[in-house]
Write a protein that binds this ligand. Structure first.
Ligand SMILES: [Zn+2]
Length: 386
C-alpha cells in the first residue's frame, strides 16, 4: 500500500509545484526558458523605442476613400465661427467620402444660430448638422424642467440631436448641493422624456476605458496612455466613482427611459467585451452605439467583431471622434478589407496590430449612413445610395 502511495503523492506534489511556478511566469511564457536569469547583452529598449518592423508579407489593401458615402456621427470640428472654418473641414471630408458630419461639440444653445449661419454660407451647406449641448451645471430642484424647455426651443432652432453629452457627466459634474451629479439623477428625467417626445437621439459618452480606473502597473493595457495623460487617471476612489458604478448608473438611466433614442459613444467602452454590449442591445431596442476611438479593439478580434457587426447591423453607427482626416482610412480598411496585421495610428492606444473585418456591403451601408439617416431624418438623403 505505502509503496504505491508515495510515488503518487510525489507526482502530485511535483505537478502542483510546477503549476505554482507556471502561475508566476509572465504572460506568454509557460515554463522557465534556458536563458532564464540571463540579462540582455545590450540595454533593453523602453516601450516607446521598441518598434519592430514586421517581416510578414501579406496582401495590402489600404482604403483612402470609403466605399460608400459616410455620416460621421461623432464629429468634433473646430468651432464653426464662419464659412471659412466650415470650408476647411469640408474640403478634407470630400476625398474621404465623408458626406455629412454631425457636429457633436455639445454646442451651447446660444451658438446654434451662429454655427448654422456659418454652415449655410459655406460651400458645404447641408453637409454638417448640429447637435446641441445640455447645460448640466449646478443641477437642483427645477433644473430638469428648465433644461427640457430649452431643449424644445433648440430643436425648433435646428438642433437635430443632443450631444455629445461629455464624460464629465458622471465623472466630474457636481450638483448645486455639491454632490456628484449621477447619471440616473431623477431631476433629469424630464429632459430624457422630452428628448423622447421630440424623437431626437441622445448621444452620450459615459466614463472612459475601464483600464483608466485600474492600477497603473505593468499589467495595465493603457500604461503608456495613463503615464502620458494625467487627466485620464481615475484611480482615486475619493474623487471618482468606479467604472462599474458608472455603468450601473448608465444602465438604470437607459432602463428608465425606454422611449428615448440613446446613442452610446465609443461602443460604451465595451468594444473589448462585445458580448456585454450585445446583451444591452438585446435588452434595449432603442439603444444604438457609435464606434469612435475604439478601432483598436474592433481590429484585434476580426472574427468576433465581424459577427457582432452583422448581428447588430441596425444598431451601429460610424463615428470618428477627434477630427484628424488622415486617421479615417484606418477605419475604412478595418471595415472593408480582410487585411491582416497592419499598423494602427496611435501607439498609446494599442500595442498591437489591426485586422480587417471584411463587412458585406449591406452592413457597411447601414453602419456608414443608413442607421444615422434613420435616427436623424433632418439629414438630406439625396447623396446616399439605397
Ligand atoms: Zn467626442
Amino acid at each position: 500500500m505505502m509503496k504505491r502511495f508515495i510515488p503518487v503523492a510525489l507526482a502530485v506534489l511535483t505537478l502542483s509545484l510546477g503549476y505554482v511556478a507556471a502561475q508566476q511566469l509572465p504572460p506568454g511564457q509557460i515554463r522557465p526558458r534556458p536563458a532564464e536569469g540571463r540579462d540582455p547583452e545590450f540595454p533593453p529598449p523602453n516601450i516607446r523605442e521598441y518598434k519592430p518592423r514586421s517581416t510578414l508579407v501579406v496582401p495590402q489593401h489600404p482604403v483612402p476613400r470609403a466605399k460608400f458615402p459616410v455620416i460621421d456621427f461623432h464629429g468634433h470640428p473646430p468651432r464653426l465661427t464662419g464659412p471659412d472654418q466650415v470650408n476647411i473641414v469640408g474640403d478634407s471630408m470630400s476625398p474621404l467620402n465623408l458626406q455629412v458630419m454631425v457636429n457633436a461639440n455639445s454646442t451651447p444653445s446660444n451658438r446654434l444660430q451662429e454655427e448654422y449661419a456659418a454652415i449655410n454660407a459655406s460651400k458645404y451647406k447641408g453637409r454638417m448638422v448640429e447637435f446641441v449641448g445640455l447645460d448640466l451645471r449646478n443641477v437642483g430642484p427645477g433644473s430638469g424642467q428648465k433644461i427640457a424647455a430649452q431643449l424644445e426651443a433648440d430643436v425648433k432652432a435646428g438642433a437635430m440631436g443632443i450631444g455629445e453629452i461629455m464624460k464629465s457627466f458622471g465623472l466630474y459634474q457636481r450638483k448645486a448641493d455639491g454632490t456628484r451629479l449621477k447619471l440616473d439623477d431623477p431631476e433629469l428625467d424630464a429632459v430624457w422624456e422630452k428628448a423622447a417626445d421630440l424623437k431626437i437621439p441622445v448621444f452620450i459618452h459615459v466614463a472612459d476605458p475601464s483600464e483608466f480606473f485600474q492600477p497603473i502597473d505593468y499589467h495595465n493595457e493603457r500604461w503608456l496612455e495613463l503615464a502620458l495623460y494625467a487627466d485620464r487617471r481615475y484611480q482615486d476612489r475619493s474623487r471618482f466613482p468606479s467604472f462599474e458604478d458608472l455603468m450601473g448608473e448608465r444602465d438604470r438611466l437607459f432602463a428608465r427611459h425606454p422611449r428615448t433614442i440613446w446613442v452610446l459613444a465609443h461602443f460604451g467602452w465595451h468594444a473589448n467585451d462585445l458580448a456585454r454590449l450585445g446583451k444591452m442591445f438585446d435588452q434595449m431596442p432603442n439603444l444604438h452605439s457609435e464606434l469612435g476611438a475604439v478601432l483598436y479593439d474592433i481590429g484585434r478580434q476580426p472574427r468576433t467583431a465581424h459577427d457582432f457587426f452583422v448581428k447588430y447591423q441596425d444598431r451601429i453607427l460610424f463615428g470618428k471622434d477627434s477630427y484628424q482626416p488622415d486617421e479615417y482610412p484606418y477605419y475604412w480598411r478595418v471595415f472593408e478589407t480582410n487585411d491582416e496585421y497592419f499598423d494602427y495610428y496611435r501607439d498609446y492606444h494599442a500595442f498591437w496590430k489591426l485586422y480587417g473585418i471584411g463587412l458585406p456591403d449591406d452592413v457597411l451601408k447601414k453602419v456608414y449612413y443608413k442607421n444615422a439617416l434613420r435616427l436623424v431624418p433632418g439629414i438630406a438623403r439625396g447623396a446616399f445610395p439605397n
